[in-house]
Design a protein around this ligand. Structure first.
Ligand SMILES: [Zn+2]
Length: 449
């Protein structure tokens, strides 16, 4: 066996690129003939103008990108031939820092492996040596990494421990290269017009989940994205990690058949979405839904539209999000749902839309808590037997962190109320203006608190 998962993003990317190019199911099946054939295919592609341009950001000063090298094709061929002649099957151990199972024949520099030193700047390497420890087989694989890199201002390289993610991603980007060959028009690395790496990252993942039928919810991949340039003047790297629960949530969106609702939620994360006119302009705008998902911040508020009292998705979807991504326990979720249902029932029974307005408008924990209290007082007056919530519900499930996080509770209760009452509320809309005029009286009550 020549190749298996190494954990090095450039090596693994290249291995999967060769694998897809050679139409093998798994890198473990790759043989030396597959690699040789792939090399003779890759050389003319790399010598095209568009690919040459990309290579400046991956392999500066190599045979293609070094302007002083005249016979580029010959030099590139020599480079590949030398590497392929040194490829050995995996051993039990070795000093290569990528596979760890083969020995190094020559030290490598940044013209051959992105984001390592130039060779002369020895402070990049351990023990002051003048290059990186990569075996010929790994070095060779890395040469194919541009085939699975994604144009996004700089380049994006996706890396996952999931064979399915790597396989489908490589398949997609190799498909684009085959398209370039078939129309004889070369445009370089797979490019869909994204410049914003976070948007690109979610686009890529959502596309893979939607396009390919797998049990994605159970796949639990770890996915990293490397947004990099190895350009001579200023190599740079940003790393994005996709939390596994976020991936699972995106997979669940598909499983629940809620993709179109989810896209509406995502759209609400673009600043001034309504004003985005041109078709592709959104690709380069920051999206707060995506950013919050990566940062572990709540996106609950994007599930509701307070203006129209409308929800996106349903309780099942938001519950999965809360459970998986926000780590909310089932008991807490059950309480939130139950209290949301009781308030919905109360509002409908009493036609008290005014109270809903006030729940919506509460702008601090104290006033929100008060509104809940007013509802409870009124419920008791009207002879409701069960209480809205117990003290334990209040402390542990509704507002476990007191003043912190009460907004999320407010949004979740409103979500459930809108979900239950949206149609009824629309029908009651004509009453609204009349009720708003009564508001002053209630505000007076609030200030007494
Ligand atoms: Zn190696």
């Amino acid at each position: 066996m020549i190749y298996q998962y190494t954990g090095n993003p450039f090596t693994d990317g290249g291995i999967w690129a060769i694998c897809e190019w050679a139409e093998k199911k798994n890198p473990k099946e790759l043989e030396i003939e597959d690699i040789k054939r792939s090399i003779s295919d890759i050389i003319p592609i790399y010598l095209t103008e568009a690919w040459g341009k990309n290579l400046f950001s991956v392999f500066p000063n190599n045979a293609v990108t070094n302007p002083s090298i005249k016979d580029k094709e010959k030099r590139l061929k020599q480079f590949f031939e030398e590497l392929v002649s040194q490829v050995e099957p995996l051993q039990d151990a070795g000093n290569c820092i990528s596979c760890g199972r083969r020995d190094v024949k020559a030290l490598r520099n940044k013209s051959e492996i992105p984001l390592i030193g130039s060779g002369s700047l020895i402070n990049f390497f351990p023990s002051g040596q003048s290059g990186g420890d990569y075996c010929p087989a790994c070095t060779l694989a890395v040469q194919f990494s541009p085939f699975v890199s994604y144009a996004c201002g700089k380049l994006l390289l996706i890396h996952s421990n999931s064979e399915k993610v790597m396989h489908y991603w490589a398949e997609k980007s190799i498909k684009d290269i085959r398209r370039q060959i078939s129309v004889n028009s070369y445009s370089g690395c797979f490019d869909e017009g994204y410049k914003n790496p976070v948007n690109a990252l979610f686009h890529i993942i959502e596309d893979i989940i939607l396009e390919y039928d797998e049990r994605w919810v159970e796949e639990n991949p770890s996915i990293n994205m490397y947004h990099f340039t190895n350009y001579n003047q200023g190599p740079d790297l940003d790393i994005y990690r996709v939390p596994t629960p976020v991936f699972r949530f995106l997979a669940y969106v598909k499983q629940l058949d809620q993709s179109s609702e989810w896209m509406k939620i995502v759209r609400r994360g673009y600043f001034n979405w309504d004003k985005i006119k041109e078709g592709d302009e959104y690709k380069n705008r920051g999206n707060s839904v995506y950013i919050n998902l990566l940062k572990g911040h709540s996106i609950v508020k994007y599930f509701i539209d307070k203006k129209t009292r409308h929800v996106y998705g349903d309780w099942e979807l938001i519950e999965f999000y809360l459970k998986e991504v926000r780590n909310m326990g089932s008991k807490r979720l059950d309480t939130l749902k139950k209290v949301g249902d009781s308030i919905s029932e109360y509002i409908k029974d009493t036609q008290n839309i005014k109270r809903l307005n006030q729940l919506e408008m509460a702008s601090n924990f104290a006033s929100f808590r008060n509104q809940l209290r007013f509802i409870e007082i009124d419920r008791i007056k009207r002879g409701y037997k069960d209480s809205l919530f117990s003290l334990e519900d209040f402390m542990e499930d509704l507002f476990p962190e007191g003043n912190i996080g009460w907004r999320e509770t407010q949004d979740l209760l409103l979500f459930r109320i809108y979900e239950n009452l949206h149609n009824w509320l629309v029908a009651q809309d004509s009453l609204k203006s009349e009720l708003i005029s009564n508001e002053e009286e209630e505000t007076g009550l609030l200030e007494e608190e």
